[in-house]
Ligand binder design. Structure first.
Ligand SMILES: [Zn+2]
Length: 53
């Protein structure tokens, strides 16, 4: 059981995912790619992802 007040992204054992660039926590505004194993951070958007962001 868990709160579903906001969109929840369950990463299981890996715990809360954070952006490796800005250390921001995962949020509903981030865009998932590569079968949802990676995400594009909406806070900083690394240059390598800008073309598809
Ligand atoms: Zn970031």
């Amino acid at each position: 059981m868990r709160c579903t007040t906001n969109q929840v992204v369950d990463f299981g054992e890996s715990g809360p995912v954070r952006c490796s660039h800005c250390k921001g926590y995962i949020n509903p505004f981030m865009k998932f790619i590569d079968q949802e194993r990676k995400f594009i951070c909406n806070l900083c958007v690394p240059p390598e992802f800008r073309s598809i962001a």
